[in-house]
Write a protein that binds this ligand. Sequence first.
Ligand code: 7TS
Length: 421
Amino acid sequence: MATRLSPVSSILPPRSWESIREDFPILNQKIHGHALVYLDNAATSQKPKPVLEAIQRYYIHDNSNVHRGVHELSNRATSAYEGARRRAARFLNARSAHEIIFTRGTTEGINLVAHTWGEARVKAGDVILLTEMEHHSNMVPWQLLAQRTGAQLRYIPVTGPEGLLNLETLGALLTREVKLLACTHISNTLGTVNPVHDLCARARKLGITTLVDAAQSAGHLPLDVQQIDCDFLAFSGHKICGPMGIGVLFGRREILESLPPWQGGGEMIANVDYDHSTWNEVPHKFEAGTPHVEGAVGLHAALDYLDAIGRQRIFDHDQELAEYAWAGLSQLNGVQLFGPSKGRGGLISFLLRDIHAHDVITVADQYGVALRGGHHCNQPLMRKLGVPATARASFYFYNTRAEVDRLIEVVREIQRFFAHR
Ligand code: 7TS
């Protein structure tokens, strides 16, 4: 019998972070005369060359519409699109590619669930349980559903300065009226990593459906929908090195099969008559119209790229940078930091005394440091924290300790600048 060889990736030494960074030409430029320090990764990540090349290759060699054609290019486009679906299933450890719906992103995935599952399963008096740290994308679709159905929203509270979920309230909140628990995995403002596996297990015992917003966790840590044991999980490609306009909604197959479609049109049907139609099998039932094939191709390349680095390695790097930045910022006078001091995701929200977050990020930009400031689509959370806005630095694997040093230096500079005004 032939000897089995180990997969190549397991015998190659890991690539250095320096060489990985070279895959991102956009990072190598000056902004206002200073080297760009891109710390806005929670909004969108940069794209490595292999992703850009995969998209270009697709358009140069294979572009066509999918599924309905029989010519060679259509077959190639279909197999690229469906190959990306299988890759996304593997990325999430879903049981099958039937559980993967391509969307425009996290927001569209959550809206899809709120419409199809929500309208089929939620009625007046039911409760949708969220947390106080949800992004508007995981709040507003449920408010709209509540308005349509007469359901109510309840929230798991966030505790004081540490920004953790108060899990002691869960016993009282997880009542029989709760139909859905929808929770972010990593908060885009606080950096809190929520115990989604435990939350889903608690909900499951009571027959409550679960949805995980993985916009800030996919591509930052190992993600396994069977281990989390959630019913739905959504993420965006553009935050994890993929193109904009493509995302994934995972849905447990039995649930997807039992739901009505969302949008109507081509692709999602089996048979159409003048007065009624029947639906294609899942996941196609939920993908009306010409899909974003280019996006799926780019996403496929991004998932390969991330897994070649290793998601655990990425998470360790995120945490190291976040803790290094936390330590550096907390040594400065007049800096307020938000969220947990340890065990956090790779982003930090902060405020400088007497300086508005927008002034901080505007001056930081003059030094080439790209931060984001505002409510980060967390308006209710901002009110709870008692601040109008925060400045936020968010990291990815191509960021370095030297860039964090530069951030701290620029923050000091901003403090000096405003002290003399
Ligand atoms: N959920 C979370 C936790 C997010 O951080 C975001 C985007 C979304 C959902 C929505 O993702 P989309 O790709 O559908 O727009 N967060 C941010 C941010 O923090 N700054 O810009 C976008």
